[in-house]
Design a protein around this ligand. Structure first.
Ligand code: ZN
Length: 441
């Protein structure tokens, strides 16, 4: 049994409600859809919503202008809208500058993005750092366009010096050692990338905030890349105190679980993820750290070097619906998200079980019988026929007493002995209550 408890039906309802509310919103690096998104999450956890002005420098980068868009369409000469932003916000290249002109098919074609291999999908395209414009359409629709037509292209958008919004939420535990969770909310109407990460991170934060955790937790909500760079730049000292963390991204697909290792694959945070999959009897694939990916690129950069693996249920780049209109609410559902929630919940349970203990009785073995810790009948220690249920526990007690010299924590002892860390923790706490173990640090 985990340390944290949650109610199943309530969780499923919450996930569905959030998917419905958040999916239609047009998000980007900046803009009112982003604030609207954070305000919805703010109903669940009290976010610290923060603003940074366009033009401000964050390390090597500059906060972009704020993009807003009212309408956008392509009309044929009869006035019929053949592409309409109102139908799907992926139809317009994200960050398109305003445009209002007549173009030939040849000119229009240069501005259209399609996916030949996925003819029913609208691709997701952005042009954040170069002023540009364009439309994205289904390849099957593109094939039907009249090559002799003159088209009217209209994008009613603005790029203004305003401010970029982001947020965080911290939970103080018994000790200051901190784990960070980071997710991004800059994608318009797509579900796995990355509404799924946004929702799971919010619900995990909500769950932990209702408990009394041992460790402290930091939840970071940013537009991808520029937001994480901003966060690192404005919190340099705080970031250096983060023990390790996770990138919450692409956790709601129908496929198998996987995880992307942190840059140091020997770091215990990777072991924790594998242990969680093992405990839940889930199959998973391991992706080694790669320089491409999400915001671990910022958090793990030379100045910070935070180990930030990520659990995925259909990892980005690995499913055909990725970055298209087919990454929608048919692809992602609350059951998939619940599974990911439980994986992360298990990860947190394991992290919460990690302590470093000291055996107070270092001079030879402890007389276990004196503390009612020894099986009643002795002499059968290597005979697996006794059926005495304490037998395994006895092994765990002996290993804990042998190894708890203050140099090894529960995760290291678990790795050394192959005993489950949560079980070891529960036994160690029992030994602590009897005055045999104490907390080393
Ligand atoms: Zn993406």
């Amino acid at each position: 049994m985990g340390i944290f408890k949650i109610e199943d039906n309530k969780l499923s309802r919450q996930i569905n409600l959030l998917l419905e509310k958040l999916f239609p919103i047009n998000r980007s690096l900046t803009g009112e859809g982003n604030l609207k998104t954070l305000e919805i999450l703010n109903e669940i956890i009290p976010l610290n919503i923060k603003y940074i002005n366009s033009g401000e420098k964050v390390f090597d980068w500059t906060i972009p202008k704020v993009w807003s868009i009212k309408t956008a369409y392509v009309k044929d000469s009869s006035g019929k809208k053949i592409i309409d932003f109102g139908d799907n916000n992926l139809h317009v290249v994200n960050y398109s500058i305003p445009i209002n002109k007549k173009v030939t098919f040849k000119e229009l074609e240069l501005r259209l993005h399609t996916l030949k291999d996925l003819p029913k999908a609208i691709p997701y395209r952005t042009s954040y750092y170069k002023e540009d414009w364009g439309f994205c359409i289904q390849y099957e629709k593109f094939l039907k366009l009249d090559k002799n037509e003159t088209y009217e292209v209209f994008i009613d958008s603005k790029l203004e010096n305003k401010s970029m919004v982001y947020a965080d939420f911290t939970i103080k535990g018994e000790i200051n050692k901190e784990y960070a969770f980071s997710t991004y909310f800059c994608h318009p109407s797509m579900a796995n990338d990355n509404l799924s990460g946004l929702i799971i991170q919010t619900l995990l934060a909500s769950m932990i905030s209702k408990q009394n955790p041992y460790y402290s937790y930091r939840f970071i909500f940013v537009p991808e890349t520029i937001g994480a760079i901003t966060y690192c730049s404005l919190n340099t000292q705080i970031m250096k105190n983060i023990e390790a963390g996770f990138i919450l991204s692409n956790v709601g697909g129908p496929g198998n679980f996987s995880f992307k290792e942190s840059f140091d694959n020997k770091h215990y945070i990777n072991f924790v993820i594998e242990q969680a999959f093992k405990d839940l009897k889930l199959k998973y694939k391991t992706y080694p750290f790669d320089i491409h990916g999400s915001d671990e690129r910022q958090y793990s950069s030379i100045n910070f070097r935070i180990n930030m693996p990520s659990v995925h249920k259909d990892k980005y780049y690995e499913y055909k619906e990725y970055h298209t209109s087919l990454d929608n609410l048919d692809f992602v559902n609350s059951d998939n998200l619940m599974q990911s929630f439980y994986v992360y919940k298990k990860i947190i349970d394991i992290l919460e079980s990690n302590r470093t203990y000291l055996n107070n009785k270092t001079e030879c073995e402890v007389h276990l019988g004196k503390y009612d810790l020894y099986p009643k009948m002795s002499g059968h220690i290597n005979q697996k026929v006794s059926g005495e249920k304490n037998e395994l526990e006895l092994d765990q007690i002996l290993w804990l007493l042998f190894l708890c010299d203050g140099s090894k924590n529960i995760l290291e002892i678990s790795k050394h002995t192959s005993f489950n860390p949560i079980k070891l923790f529960n036994i160690a706490e029992k030994l602590k209550k009897k005055g045999i173990l104490s907390i080393a640090k």
